[in-house]
Design a protein around this ligand. Sequence first.
Ligand SMILES: Nc1ncnc2c1ncn2[C@@H]1O[C@H](COP(=O)(O)OP(=O)(O)OP(=O)(O)O)[C@@H](O)[C@H]1O
Ligand SMILES: [Mg+2]
Length: 222
Amino acid sequence: MIRLENIHKIYKMGENSVKALRGVSLNILCGDFLSIVGASGSGKTTLMNIIGCLDIPTSGRYIFDGEDITRIPSKRLALLRNQKIGFIFQNFNLLRRRTALENVEMPLIFRGVDRSTRKRSAIAALERVGLSDRMTHKPSQLSGGQQQRVAIARAIVGNPAVILADEPTGNLDTASGQDILKLLISLNRSGSTIVLITHDPAIASYSNRRISLSDGCIIFES
Ligand SMILES: Nc1ncnc2c1ncn2[C@@H]1O[C@H](COP(=O)(O)OP(=O)(O)OP(=O)(O)O)[C@@H](O)[C@H]1O
Ligand SMILES: [Mg+2]
């Protein structure tokens, strides 16, 4: 489903440049649960931003669902991102003034889905993450673990082909982190493709494939 070939990413900063990725090649298959581990600064988020079409590589080829991402116009790229990719971040990235339900509806608004369908889908997604009793709460009225579950509902509401999670348990206590992990595992069992970035080897051990990044290169794959 996802094919990265010899991906390089160089951040130019005036005179200096940072080689964040140096020749990464990777295939992600439908139904995979891939974890990406590596030290701080090794390029994990850079790689995820490229996989998630939030950023484009400096060189290399990226094929998503048979389409060469490095060659399509940015408008189409935004559409593809909205329809095929769900994101989960370490800091949840919820809209603070919106309720849980409104946050989950957001990707469908961008997609032009009508109001009643949107609401129905958002309710179903919140039920799936066990938050049917918190739909009208705003983020500040929810615990960290609950906020992350809202973010997961938002990621899955449009049935994306792949879910990308960057340190989703990084800001949570152990118990809430375990709940989030269980949720990701159950999504994977029901067919979702998941890419999970983590510092934690224990969390990585739940995935069925693991890559380890160091200094912008894959140094280990299992
Ligand atoms: N927008 C940017 N401009 C310049 N340099 C950047 C930018 N984003 C990242 N970098 C650099 O690229 C390298 C890889 O960063 P990246 O964020 O991918 O690391 P990471 O593995 O996600 O680290 P962490 O575990 O701390 O989140 C780092 O050296 C970082 O300083
Ligand atoms: Mg990072």
